[in-house]
Design a protein around this ligand. Structure first.
Ligand code: 2BA
Length: 108
């Protein structure tokens, strides 16, 4: 079994979650905050059998759109002292996915 952590934009998480559930892929949504932008995103925790990994990644790819965000980073970001005066353009999304091997799963 594989455990995926997919960090996605809040705008995408609803349709992505529906698409996964539709395919009988179990998912748990965790509200999360990006360290750089300090904005809300969502982390989907997904446990799947190894033979459904590719299918799951394909769904995530399909429902996570890449978009451009222009932002003024919060002060306090290292090496970015002038950030308040210099808005910077950051490409954020679609999804950052971590795939881990699962040793055991128990449901009691
Ligand atoms: P944030 O940390 O808020 O980062 C948002 C976007 O800002 C990133 O998009 C990236 O394009 C940009 N960014 C991040 N750090 C930067 C830096 N030091 N200088 C310039 N630009 C920077 P994504 O790469 O698509 O990441 C989206 C979110 O996924 C991140 O939100 C973070 O919550 C998570 N993430 C990405 N890589 C990660 C990692 N290796 N470990 C844990 N979480 C990660």
């Amino acid at each position: 079994m594989k455990l995926l952590f997919a960090i996605v934009q809040n705008d995408d998480q609803k349709s992505l979650t529906y698409a996964l559930i539709e395919r009988n892929i179990n998912v748990t949504r965790i509200a999360s905050t990006g360290g750089f932008l300090r904005g809300g995103n969502s982390t989907l925790m997904i446990g799947v059998e190894a033979d459904r990994l590719d299918e799951t990644l394909q769904v995530i790819r399909e429902y996570s759109r890449r978009r451009q965000v222009v932002t003024v980073p919060a002060s306090g970001i290292p090496h970015n002292i002038d950030s308040a005066a210099m808005p910077m353009s950051v490409t954020v999304g679609g999804a950052t996915v971590f795939v881990l091997d699962v040793q055991d799963t128990f449901k009691y």
